[in-house]
Design a protein around this ligand. Structure first.
Ligand SMILES: NC(=O)c1ccc[n+]([C@@H]2O[C@H](COP(=O)([O-])OP(=O)(O)OC[C@H]3O[C@@H](n4cnc5c(N)ncnc54)[C@H](O)[C@@H]3O)[C@@H](O)[C@H]2O)c1
Length: 308
């Protein structure tokens, strides 16, 4: 990719820019924020690490959304993060207004761009970005499942002591308390985790995964998670820009898959050139299907607020 714009040069935006630059995922990164000097200073700070990390990616900062012109991808990390005790849905009204402004600018100034939504509540805002933009669904998606699955894989590694490199975890559903960690599809070098962990231990991992964001927030108090989220965003973009055709869990617009339409939520997706290439439909057992349905209902409750 040539140019990627990240709107929101806060913690997630900054860490994402650094990840993309270090891996030379694109040749230009533009950081945009409403805070004067912040995106410019952040871009320069990252740029000055180039001689050490050995990357040629050029970074710039701006306070003008129109500068996203010519971007092949717009990553949306602008808005307010939740504070301790707040749910992801509590920040909906503020972040929706911010998102609409960004999407409207993208429609006008980079009408071919892919939109990657990160701002919470991510399922609802991905849906809002898709509706507002009128873009095909392959071009609008959200980041959540890669992060939730990475958290789950980390907890499996911590519990078993095995190399995290061998662990494949999968978390689907909405990015909230109703997310669905898929233990049946979580393996250690192909071996189901049930072989190594008791039912109680697996339940503990599932609970910790669901509360992964809150755990970080309650420890840090003034900042929510950003390192693992940024790594997850960069991983998704790498799959697209290098046309890797990775299967990654992501927030996608559903069009009949899993029996759902007119909703966005976490499902396994093939990412490559042109963005989201395909939604993979897994054969869910009765319990998984029930949890997935519950999760969809909880996303729909937020969508009702959006439609109001
Ligand atoms: N989807 C996920 O899995 C996931 C993970 C982590 C964080 N998040 C979300 O990402 C968002 C950013 O988190 P953060 O920790 O970086 O927050 P942050 O407060 O550090 O950064 C947000 C930035 O957005 C900027 N901003 C606000 N309104 C803007 C506008 N209209 N135009 C341009 N910039 C604007 C702010 O000035 C700030 O710099 C939050 O909504 C958070 O909940 C999502």
């Amino acid at each position: 990719m040539k140019k990627i714009t990240i709107v929101g040069a806060g913690r997630v935006g900054e860490s994402t820019a650094h990840n993309l630059a270090k891996h030379e995922t694109c040749s230009e990164i533009l950081l945009i924020d409403i805070k004067e000097g912040v995106p410019q200073g952040t871009a320069l700070d990252i740029q000055e690490s180039a001689p050490i990390y050995n990357f040629d990616t050029k970074l710039a900062g701006s306070n003008d959304l129109k500068d996203m012109a010519g971007s092949e991808m717009v990553v949306i990390t602008a808005g307010i993060p939740r504070k301790p005790g707040m749910s992801r849905s509590d920040v909906l009204d503020t972040n929706l207004a911010v998102l609409y402004e960004i999407v409207d600018t993208a429609i006008k100034h980079c009408p071919q761009a892919l939109l990657l939504v990160v701002t919470n509540p991510v399922d609802v805002l991905t849906y809002a970005a898709w509706k507002r933009s009128g873009f095909e669904r392959r071009r609008v998606f959200g980041m959540a499942g890669v992060l939730d699955s990475a958290r789950m894989a980390s907890f499996v590694a911590m519990e078993t002591g095995f190399s995290v490199k061998d662990i494949n975890a999968m978390v689907l559903g909405g990015h909230g308390d109703s997310m669905v960690p898929m233990t049946r599809f979580t393996t250690i070098n192909g071996i189901p985790i049930e072989h190594f962990l008791s039912k109680e231990k697996i339940e503990k991992i599932v609970k910790r995964t669901r509360e992964g964001g809150a755990e970080i927030l309650s420890l840090r108090k003034t900042a929510s998670a950003y390192d693992a989220p940024a790594a997850s965003i960069a991983f998704m973009i790498d799959a697209i820009s290098r046309n890797r055709r990775h299967i990654l869990p992501a927030v996608a617009v559903l069009d009949g898959e899993y029996g759902l339409t007119d909703i966005c939520m976490g499902v396994p997706v093939v990412f490559g050139e042109q963005g989201m290439q395909k939604v993979i439909e897994l054969p869910l057992n009765a319990q998984e299907a029930a949890e997935f349905k519950r999760s969809a209902e909880s996303v729909r409750e937020d969508l009702v607020k959006l439609k109001k």
